[in-house]
Ligand binder design. Structure first.
Ligand code: NAG
Ligand code: NAG
Ligand code: NAG
Ligand code: NAG
Ligand code: NAG
Ligand code: NAG
Ligand code: NAG
Ligand code: NAG
Ligand code: NAG
Ligand code: NAG
Ligand code: NAG
Ligand code: NAG
Length: 381
């Protein structure tokens, strides 16, 4: 088989190169059978009607001894052949010609009878949906032909967003069993998944496409399955970014401890503490105002997760700060009043000196421009 295809490839190369080598003379066509099939290939849908292929000589009719079709070993003494699209799954139709001089030769008509699937659906092999269990997703493609032209792909979505298969540890390519059957068969492609919590809520779909080549229908016949919801049961995990190990509460104030846990089924949250003043605002939220150890436990029927929070009391520095600010204001005020009182005394004396008619303008100027308070004082006394 391998040798045969190598020879064919070689002959194709020789046929392609010879015209350029021999400057256009058709010396290579000795092997070429002088018949032409119309159409040169057939891609037919199952149970469609009105198709036929005609085999005509490309040389003069006078050289033709006989032209006939051979289908599955049966000889049809006719240049025209009409396939039965109800059952001719793999007829490998061959047109034979017998010519004077050349002898017998033949040409095969590439022929595909296809059938889009009746149904594409997803089933699951293992009913266990616990995290860690291995499941096999199966894409069942019912009554399709030809199986070797199938291209089956998976798609993964969360809501209406496509999810990168790498982030789920899966792929888009479905593994389908090899098949050389040309008649309609049921095909089951699989995908193995080890379930983990990232798979919960993912919708899987598979799509079967019949790749029939450029002569086939465009776009290729495609059928999608229903989407299959992956539900994974997994033990709770408390969100530790939301709830630190150490929690500071200012003395006299309240603190809010929020214990949020992700799990499927949704976990029960329980707080355990000795404080008499703490109280639950909701199942998850604990209001605390005392120091101590507060333990949150999230439990579902898979497992549980525990997180310990140590609450410490911090002093409230706000009143202290306010007192300090007030004191500063008082001190500054006192200083200001002190300075002002001295200044006020000074201006009051100056006013007196201005009232003195004996004081000429040059003395007044001196008094204004100088801090020498002795001058008016001495003048007055
Ligand atoms: C060849 O086929 C055509 C159409 O199918 C038919 O009309 C014709 O009679 C056939 N000829 C012979 C010789 O069987
Ligand atoms: C077609 O011709 C080739 C040689 O060119 C021959 O080997 C082959 O057996 C023929 N096929 C049929 C179905 O007769
Ligand atoms: C399902 O998967 C679990 C975990 O891998 C395994 O123990 C169990 O045998 C599997 N059940 C079936 C029916 O395959
Ligand atoms: C199979 O289908 C996918 C998605 O439609 C496409 O990307 C891929 O090229 C196809 N593969 C073949 C061999 O046609
Ligand atoms: C789905 O897509 C539409 C538009 O693309 C968007 O408005 C909507 O919010 C999406 N829904 C979800 C559940 O993501
Ligand atoms: C789940 O599986 C994916 C892909 O294998 C991996 O990237 C992810 O870390 C896993 N998540 C958990 C929680 O194990
Ligand atoms: C199809 O494959 C089977 C085994 O996989 C083999 O025995 C059989 O000969 C093949 N048929 C054709 C027509 O290639
Ligand atoms: C999935 O697992 C089953 C059983 O473990 C195995 O037979 C099958 O080949 C696996 N399929 C793939 C696509 O790896
Ligand atoms: C799958 O999940 C979607 C959204 O989460 C929901 O609308 C749909 O009904 C579910 N389908 C099945 C078969 O459970
Ligand atoms: C934990 O809480 C933080 C802060 O609210 C949030 O950003 C993060 O998404 C949460 N993590 C999980 C796994 O829910
Ligand atoms: C709370 O914690 C105490 C001490 O660790 C323990 O004895 C008690 O059983 C716990 N209660 C609950 C309901 O978990
Ligand atoms: C956990 O509970 C859910 C429903 O609440 C149930 O479907 C599931 O089988 C339970 N899982 C186990 C391991 O018991």
């Amino acid at each position: 088989m391998d040798d045969f295809s190598w020879l064919r490839l070689l002959s194709v190369i020789v046929v392609l190169m010879l015209p350029s080598l021999s400057n256009g003379t058709k010396s290579s066509d000795v092997e070429e059978c002088p018949i032409e099939i119309q159409p040169d290939s057939m891609v037919l849908e199952y149970q469609s009607g009105g198709h036929s292929a005609v085999c005509m000589p490309t040389t003069s009719e006078s050289n033709v001894k006989e032209i006939y079709w051979e289908v599955h070993g049966d000889k049809f003494n006719n240049r025209s052949w009409s396939p039965d699209t109800h059952e001719n799954w793999d007829p490998s139709p061959v047109c034979h010609g017998e010519f004077l001089g050349i002898g017998s030769c033949n040409k095969t008509l590439p022929y595909i009878l296809y059938k889009p699937p009746d149904d594409v659906s997803i089933t699951i092999s293992n009913m266990s949906t616990k995290e860690g269990s291995k499941i096999e997703l199966m894409c069942s493609i019912r009554n399709v032909a030809p199986a070797d032209r199938l291209n089956v792909t998976w798609t993964w979505q969360r809501g209406n967003e496509t999810v990168d298969p790498d982030s789920l540890g899966v792929s888009n390519e479905a593994k389908c069993p090899p098949s050389n059957k040309t008649s309609a068969v049921d095909v089951t492609c699989t995908m193995n998944i080890t379930l983990n919590r990232t798979h919960n809520g993912i919708q899987a779909r598979c799509e079967a496409e019949l790749n029939l080549g450029p002569k086939g229908p465009q776009p290729p016949p495609t059928m999608s399955s229903n989407s299959f919801n992956l539900s994974v049961q997994y033990g709770p995990k408390i969100n530790k970014t939301k709830l630190q190990k150490l929690f500071l509460v200012i003395r006299g104030y309240k603190g809010e401890l929020v214990c949020e846990a992700d799990g499927n089924p949704a976990p029960d949250i329980k707080w355990n503490y000795t404080s008499k003043t703490a109280f639950l605002e909701s199942d998850e939220t604990l209001i605390v105002n005392e120091e101590g150890l507060y333990v949150c436990t999230a439990t579902n029927n898979i497992s549980s997760d525990t997180h310990r929070v140590e609450v410490v009391l911090g002093e409230d520095y706000l009143p202290l700060l306010a007192g300090f600010v007030a004191l500063t204001v008082v001190i500054i005020s006192i200083i200001f009043i002190f300075i002002y009182s001295i200044y006020y005394k000074n201006t009051k004396m100056r006013r007196y000196s201005l009232k003195n008619p004996k004081l000429s303008s040059h003395n007044g100027n001196v008094a204004h421009n100088s801090w020498d308070i002795q001058l008016p004082v001495t003048k007055l006394s």
